[in-house]
Ligand binder design. Structure first.
Ligand code: FES
Length: 116
């Protein structure tokens, strides 16, 4: 499958509630979308930088996502790792909403579960 880049629709805005995270696979990439309680949308890679686990399946509160495997935490606004066991930030993606669809800006360097 060819790499997809640029603004890419991934999810209807109505499909994600405030205070929740959702993992989406698009064009062979794993992306996590988060809606903060104030409605701010954020997106990161959905592959923990510690091991290959989707952070979106972990605990999410305020702006922090906690990886379900070892409890590493990331600030979803910046991707910043919050301390051991994670020391590498999550890659973030720009987000916008167009006609009710959440779009993320994908680039070549996004992490993959696998290259298809
Ligand atoms: Fe995410 Fe270890 S796999 S903290």
């Amino acid at each position: 499958m060819a790499e997809q880049q640029g603004w890419t629709p991934i999810l209807a805005e109505a499909e994600i509630a405030r205070g929740t995270a959702k993992g989406i696979e698009v064009a062979g990439r794993n992306i996590a979308v988060y809606q903060l309680e104030d409605s701010t949308l954020c997106a990161t890679d959905n592959v923990c930088t510690h091991a290959f686990v989707p952070p979106s399946e972990g605990w999410f509160e305020d702006c922090l996502i906690e990886c379900p495997l070892h409890g590493g935490q990331f600030d979803v606004r910046t991707g910043q790792a919050q301390g051991a066991p994670v020391d590498e930030d999550l890659r973030t993606h720009a987000v916008r909403v167009t006609d009710g669809m959440i779009e993320v800006m994908l680039d070549e360097a996004a992490r993959h579960w696998q290259v298809v």
